[in-house]
Design a protein around this ligand. Sequence first.
Ligand SMILES: Nc1nc2c(c(=O)[nH]1)N[C@H]1C(S)=C(S)[C@@H](COP(=O)(O)OP(=O)(O)OC[C@H]3O[C@@H](n4cnc5c(=O)[nH]c(N)nc54)[C@H](O)[C@@H]3O)O[C@H]1N2
Ligand SMILES: Nc1nc2c(c(=O)[nH]1)N[C@H]1C(S)=C(S)[C@@H](COP(=O)(O)OP(=O)(O)OC[C@H]3O[C@@H](n4cnc5c(=O)[nH]c(N)nc54)[C@H](O)[C@@H]3O)O[C@H]1N2
Ligand SMILES: [Mo]
Length: 820
Amino acid sequence: MSDDARTGSPEPTLDVGPPQRTAAGVAGVVHAMADVVEEPGLARGLKALRLVNQHRGFDCPGCAWPEPGKPHLAEFCENGAKAVAEESTRARADAAFFAEHPLGELATWTDHRLGKSGRLTEPMLRDTDADHYRPVSWDDALDLVAGELRALREAGTPDRAAFYTSGRTSNEAAFLYQLLARRLGTNNLPDCSNMCHESSGTALVETLGVGKGSVSLADITDHADLIVVVGQNPGTNHPRMLTALEAAKDRGARIVAINPLPEAGLRTFKNPQRVRGTLGRGTRLADRFLQVRLAGDLALFQAVNRLLVERDDGASAGRDAAGPTGPGTATDSAGAGSRPPVLDHDFIAAHTDGFEAAAAAWRALSWSDVGTATGLDRSEIEGFVDDVVGARKIVVCWAMGLTQHKKAVATIREVVNFLLLRGNVGRPGAGACPVRGHSNVQGDRTMGIWERPPAAFLDALGAEFRFDPPREPGLDTVDTVRAMRDGRIRVFMAMGGNFAAATPDTELTEAALRRVPLTVHVSTKLNRSHVVPGRRSLILPCLGRTERDDGAGRSGNAHAGTAGSLSATGPGGDALSSGTATGPRFVTVEDSMSVVHSSRGTLRPASDMLWSEPAIVAGLARRVLGDDDPTPWESFAADYSRIRDSISRVVPGFEDFERRVAEPGGFVLPHPPRDARVFPTATGKARFTVNPLEVVRVPEGRLLLQSVRSHDQFNTTIYGQDDRYRGVTGGRRVVFVNPRDLEELGVADGETVNLVSEWPDGEGGTADRRAPGFRVIAFPTAKGCAAAYYPETNVLVPLDHTAEGSNTPASKSVVIRLER
Ligand SMILES: Nc1nc2c(c(=O)[nH]1)N[C@H]1C(S)=C(S)[C@@H](COP(=O)(O)OP(=O)(O)OC[C@H]3O[C@@H](n4cnc5c(=O)[nH]c(N)nc54)[C@H](O)[C@@H]3O)O[C@H]1N2
Ligand SMILES: Nc1nc2c(c(=O)[nH]1)N[C@H]1C(S)=C(S)[C@@H](COP(=O)(O)OP(=O)(O)OC[C@H]3O[C@@H](n4cnc5c(=O)[nH]c(N)nc54)[C@H](O)[C@@H]3O)O[C@H]1N2
Ligand SMILES: [Mo]
């Protein structure tokens, strides 16, 4: 029987219980250890876990939350343990596996089953329209790709290649990869960031001048008075963040959670690494929970900003009567008496522009629109404003709940407005904290994985490698799908990730991928993208984060090239034999708070035919660019300090890279707004913006659907079928709906429905997209809103439904109906 997730056949093991109120705790770690024991075998798993996020170990392949200065012996979390277990599994998708399973069969498997097939062990080729992958040598594989890329270059059409990157790639591999693309002549460097924090980067560059977060871990743990967690589910996706929030609570900080879903980790947290947490009742984290409607945050923050301005008016009226006072911490509302100002007028005057226009827009805001958009009472919003006025130092943390909406960029600009009003940027305990997803997604951007690179970066790159980089902007992820659909892409290469499953509009995207003459996936594990191949398709298996990197073309590599480049006899081989004194090679990564540090794998590789990512890129580049190319590709692959040396001259903030990254904990990249209240924007000031409110009106009988992560997945990698905190076990085809909506729709809890998304077809009607066979769960989400899991619901997200300004798929606000 086919277990195709997309046929919507019922899941016999699916069971639904009450959602949990508490995250982590003993249950969490025991649950995770069970995974580790089951997957790679206890000894290997524990060895791996002991080294996660330690100064001499490897960076957790899970999320991008920073490590504390002095990590605990066990600075890992339940979901970090799962990520490690997933990579260090003993299962293998080897040549025998591919001989046994034709592509047609694999295409019917669920993502869960594909992933459980295990680690890829050697390069595999699917010949033109063949129904099996077969083994191929590294030499033949790289020659094949290089031949196609050279042909594009010679024809003057390098833009017919696209180079995707997922956020696990190291700085070193990313730097080489973007160099290869640009030497070929294209900026077609789409990445997972296009679907993730692109909206944050866009809004922050425009308003603060730097597209990264402006806080450090200590700002949260040691300084902030108020931490706002909006559009984020840290209990599942950034569990170590809960430890930081707990530390903040311990010294009296307040936490406000803004979310349509009452996420367990935001309510109560039992820290598994503290006796009290393990044995006791746990810490109540959020002091206030605003159950906002999907896409309601723009209206919410506008309302808050308006109230702040109005309270300041009231304070200055009182002040004019009573004489001036300093910046305030008054907690009462507008009224009579002498009160300190609510806004930081000195900061606004010295460091910002655009305040008057923004204030005028807030004063014109309609409260009825705010009510419709947010679903909140004015009194709830006033309560939050009390918290804000009572706090000297505020940090706002956010993730996909803000970035994946049509008005995402506007919403994040409005969050910046909120911070600027009280001078909450560029001082301890205050700032913007976009919480990144993949462990090195931020670093990859810093290394130039970007379809719209800044001119200064290209200038420096061109100077270092003596060439003229392409200046035309390249394709982002959504535009890459469009280009594939229209037959404009001839070679698609992916450095990690799972393009087919992560992108929106699954049916359209899969058809687009199948049109591409050559697809190339550098991967650790089997996934959907491998079974939705281009006409010809290559899988190039690479080392994972946890594994020892002893050198490219290792001597045990039966398929490694013999003559010439990047083979066992090359410098990489030397590094292997002489490398034991210094241990295996390391790479570097950058976390969500701009800390750059090293990562050194220690486990025995899953196969001795795996190459490191830098070696794969260097080997390919040499073949594309030819023996005359002066770039030292062989040395780059053999000695990563040579790559870091080039990075130190090209990327600002990386001066003296090799020495500084050797310090325990690494080093922090400069961030002018954070460090010195210097704002490198168009005007040299931090910018208030006007962000017109457009209330999302959901038609009668329809719901607004968001796609979220369950507790047992990492993006498209499905670890297991449970979502413990939301009370779901044994299945993933569920949709969470508010009980009052169910009543109005006449649908019962437990019924099975199809999810149908409706999108204008351009001819006055709607084009339906369908995800069949979802069990309805009555759930306390905000009224009018529904939630279901990604990637099962990506089929519902229209390719053209993207955020204005960032082109990020708006996968958190899709209009659907429930079809019986
Ligand atoms: N274990 C694990 N860790 C991960 C990942 C994983 O899959 N598994 N993925 C990694 C990646 S790449 C990323 S980007 C991050 C993702 O981290 P999150 O952004 O936490 O992930 P999502 O599951 O998409 O959850 C979105 C949250 O925003 C809320 N939300 C949705 N829409 C709105 C809205 O309109 N307003 C508000 N206020 N809230 C809203 C949802 O209810 C949910 O709580 O996690 C990273 N870490
Ligand atoms: N509907 C909907 N769609 C979404 C989202 C959503 O919330 N809703 N979230 C979006 C977000 S935030 C993101 S970041 C994207 C994620 O998009 P991607 O980053 O493309 O997807 P992942 O599932 O993280 O990729 C997993 C694959 O990466 C490979 N891999 C793992 N480790 C390594 C490694 O060390 N090296 C290499 N070369 N390969 C490795 C494995 O083969 C694995 O199968 O999805 C986006 N899509
Ligand atoms: Mo992400």
